[in-house]
Design a protein around this ligand. Structure first.
Ligand SMILES: [Zn+2]
Length: 462
């Protein structure tokens, strides 16, 4: 079959299938699929079964050890100027407070930008920080893990993360990647944040935190399957199947997992017909600080040269213009522009390096890595319902699922069949320069993810 015929087949399949919505329902009905829960295991087995049923080769689980984390009780009480209790939940990887809890004045750092932290730096030692999930109107958007990292660096002893959107919803998320945070941290709703802010404005406010969580080493599993091509060159297509334990994680990221399943389904019959091998991976433990894919890349370092490209579909279902972040890689940008012409589908392209998902560890190793998106970036909205208890099935639009699957399938087809090189692997020095150009050095340092401090000369093209 020629490319144009295959393209039409993929379009027809992705638009007319019922698998997309039934798979989404199944994954959401299991529950959160959070690392270390029974629903994670159910989802793992379901995805592996689907990969086999669709006819993928080499379907297997790729296990790894990591530090598991399970939430326990969490109490946030104002003790002065007057006693008042508030609902709160731990952020992921929050350590427990010492026996009897901890108690300290609470200081408001606004939305917790680097500038705001710098201004309050001397006032934070020994205090509890109140920080909003809001994003600045301009400049880089700091990630939650950075906001937390700066509080730790300033000597704070506790961290309260207040959501910036009304609705009584605390917003979860991890503090560190694969290890406990240094200080206890909790999430509260917008309304609780506003009440705390009002107290702080009136005078010294003392807060007591009592947090009990559990943590010990355990196992998680990536689910992997392949559609063999005519060469050993591999394109990895991935998304994470874990969600947060307070939610169905429908948008983030049952929907992305459904795209991976759908691509597996429509490409399986093309075994041996495309130039490149497609490796489908449902990643585990993304919500623990991109822990799972980071470990995958380390474990499979010997295959790095074989991997021509990593395509990441986390959060790639939405109603906005569909497109790709090409991570500052000019040759990949040129290729995606070419595909835009060939498919006559106006992809939106962005040069932005997104650090908080599963393509980033590949990029850090010099492997070309891109991310699909389908939501307009909205600073005021931020994550929307993402990471809250309301990231539920009803938030995912079926039409969006079909359209995003169609776009992803067409792009993957053209990449897999592309007759020339997809793009150059980059040296550590080149990756470092891309990250510096995108003003990401401080961000990655705050998260303990900057690994370019040793001399990079002589390492060459790893
Ligand atoms: Zn995600």
């Amino acid at each position: 079959m020629n490319l144009s015929t295959l393209d039409k087949t993929l379009i027809a399949e992705t638009w007319t299938t019922r698998e997309l919505s039934t798979n989404l329902e199944t994954l959401c009905d299991f529950g959160s699929r959070f690392a270390g829960t029974p629903s994670e295991v159910q989802a793992r087995d379901f995805i592996a079964e689907k990969f086999r049923a669709y006819g993928l080769d080499n379907v297997h689980l790729d296990p790894f050890e990591y530090l598991g984390w399970w939430r326990g009780p969490c109490a946030l009480d104002v003790v002065a100027p007057r006693a008042q209790s508030f609902d709160a939940i731990s952020l992921v990887y929050s350590p427990s407070t010492p026996a009897g809890g901890l108690r300290a004045p609470i200081v408001d750092v606004g939305m917790g930008t680097e500038k705001e932290y710098a201004r309050k730096k001397d006032a934070l030692k020994g205090k509890i920080v109140l920080c909003s999930s809001a994003n600045p109107e301009e400049g880089r958007v700091p990630h939650r893990r950075e906001k937390y990292g700066w509080a730790v660096d300033a000597g704070a002893i506790g961290f309260v993360y207040a959501r910036h959107l009304p609705g009584g919803l605390p917003e979860s998320g991890s503090l560190r990647a694969g290890k406990l945070g240094e200080i206890p941290a909790v999430a509260v709703s917008y309304e609780t944040g506003a009440a705390l802010k009002r107290l702080i404005e009136k005078g010294e406010t003392i807060v007591a935190l009592d947090v009990q969580n559990e943590s010990h080493p355990t196992t998680a599993w990536h689910v992997v399957g392949e559609v063999r091509g005519q060469t050993d060159e591999v394109i990895v297509v991935g998304a994470h199947y874990d969600g947060h334990d307070i939610s169905q994680g429908a948008m983030d990221d049952a929907s992305g997992t459904c795209l991976v399943l759908e691509l597996a389904r429509v490409f399986a019959p093309l075994k041996g017909q495309l130039r490149r091998t497609l490796r489908f991976i449902a990643f585990a433990c993304e919500e623990l600080g991109v822990l799972g894919s980071t470990g995958y890349v380390e474990k499979h370092r010997d295959e790095r040269q074989q991997i021509a490209l990593m395509i990441q579909l986390d959060g790639a279902v939405g109603s906005g213009r569909k497109g790709f972040s090409y991570s500052g890689l000019d040759d990949i940008e040129a290729l995606l522009k070419r595909i835009t012409k060939e498919t006559d589908y106006p992809l939106k392209l962005s040069d932005r390096v997104v650090t908080a998902s599963d393509h980033f560890p590949f990029l850090m190793e010099g492997v070309p890595a891109i991310m699909m998106f389908a939501r307009e970036q909205d600073r005021a909205l931020g994550r929307g319902f993402g990471h809250t208890a309301m990231d539920t099935l009803d938030k995912v639009n079926t039409r969006d699922l079909h359209e995003c699957a169609m776009v992803a399938a067409r792009v993957v087809l053209h990449l897999a069949a592309h007759p020339d090189s997809i793009g150059r692997h980059r040296t550590p020095e080149e990756i470092k320069q891309i990250l510096i150009e995108q003003d990401l050095e401080q961000a990655l340092r705050a998260q303990g993810k900057w690994k370019f401090d040793q001399d990079l000369t002589g390492l060459g093209d790893l």
